[in-house]
Design a protein around this ligand. Structure first.
Ligand SMILES: [Zn+2]
Length: 366
């Protein structure tokens, strides 16, 4: 598969358009004409990952963390301090980063972590605002099913855990076909009235183009009347963090033991360790402190994230919600594995997706 197609496929699968400007995601290094047969899914780019790629004959690495921030003005390299991006470019390795595009979907990093920790009834902790559009299209009755199905097939009509959502009501459309037109109903120069359905379907902004294209293709009219309304609703499909419940309340220490085991970390730092039980659990992988306030608002018994600072712990001590630092890397431990699974489904055997074997702990313990 050509890299240009690989990029298109990833963008259709993960919501790169919804990622904040300061998060540098997408194709970081790449030659769109390259043929990609094998790729490596990795937590982040380092020289070991580049060696893996070269050694396995792969010319594409898809990373979770972005290896290039917008503030980077240059990248240079030497034998003593080899720069992974420089080496990748020299070795003709293409690099694509997904970062928060992997965090925010319902099948993303936070919902994956919630499932691994045994949470049920999981919802977005902080939904993104205004990611949806409403498409309203006027369809002759005999084409309602065809048009609606085409929009659904292209990803429209998804509201949280529900798919194929729509609303339709019958009415009367009127039009006067102009000279040179070839109307589906009526004839040029003759005023026409037709029974039509007003079909309403929501679609995420990220897939609007493909939904409109499919709708127009399935619609029999020469000139299709349709409206696109941006919605202010919180997104039911994308957001930061996750909140859910354990099947039953359990001792804090028992739950923390499970977290340590799942995330393979020796310890967890806590704001306080009350002698109580936990049931409602909120989390945000990586550096999730900006979302702690939503965990408190929603009455979570515990909030799990990484990169918690001294003063964050101090402030949290006076509250009910336990603030838990399970480390940045620990909470993102399964990022590459999740990415591999998503890419495998996306490429459907057309590109082999291997998982990087590199260990990625940034700091060294002594
Ligand atoms: Zn991270």
């Amino acid at each position: 598969m050509k890299l240009v197609e690989v990029v298109k496929k990833i963008k259709e699968t993960l919501p790169l358009e919804l990622v904040a400007d300061q998060d540098n995601v997408g194709l970081i290094i790449g030659d769109y004409d390259d043929e990609c047969g094998t790729t490596i899914a990795a937590y982040e780019l380092n020289n070991g990952v580049i060696e893996e790629a070269v050694g396995s004959g792969s010319n594409l690495v898809v990373t979770y963390h972005t290896p290039l921030y917008r503030t980077t003005k240059s990248f240079t390299s030497s034998r003593l301090r080899p720069d992974p991006l420089f080496t990748a470019a020299r070795s003709r390795i293409n690099v694509f980063a997904v970062h928060t595009a992997l965090d925010i979907p319902m099948n993303g990093l936070n919902f994956d972590l919630a499932a691994r920790l045994g949470l049920k009834n999981v919802e977005m902790l902080s939904p993104l605002p205004a990611t949806l559009n409403k498409i309203v299209v006027f369809v002759p009755l005999d084409h309602l099913e065809k048009v609606r199905a085409a929009m659904w097939r292209n990803g429209a009509g998804k509201i949280g855990k529900y798919a194929d959502c729509s609303f339709a009501v019958e009415g009367e459309g009127s039009f006067l076909p102009g000279e040179g037109s070839s109307p589906y109903i009526g004839s040029p120069g003759k005023p026409e009235q037709a029974s039509e359905s007003r079909l309403e379907v929501v679609a995420e902004k990220a897939i609007l183009g493909q939904v409109i294209e499919a709708m127009l293709k399935a619609h029999p009219y020469e000139e299709v009347a349709y409206d696109i309304y941006p919605l202010q609703n919180d997104s039911p499909n994308y957001g930061f963090g996750a909140i859910g419940e354990l099947a039953e309340a359990q001792e804090v220490t028992r739950f923390l033991d499970r977290v340590k085991k799942v995330l393979v970390i020796p310890s967890i730092r806590l704001s306080h360790l009350p002698d109580s039980k936990v049931r409602k659990v909120a989390l945000c992988a990586g550096s999730g402190m900006p979302f702690f306030k939503y965990a408190v608002r929603d009455g979570a018994d515990i909030f799990i994230t990484g990169d918690v600072k001294h003063h964050d712990f101090r402030e949290a001590r006076s509250g009910r919600t336990i603030l838990a630092d399970a480390t940045h890397r620990g909470t993102e431990r399964f990022a590459a594995e999740l990415l591999q699974g998503i890419l495998k489904r996306t490429f459907e055997d057309r590109v082999v997706v291997n998982l990087s074997k590199q260990e990625h702990d940034t700091a060294v313990n002594y």
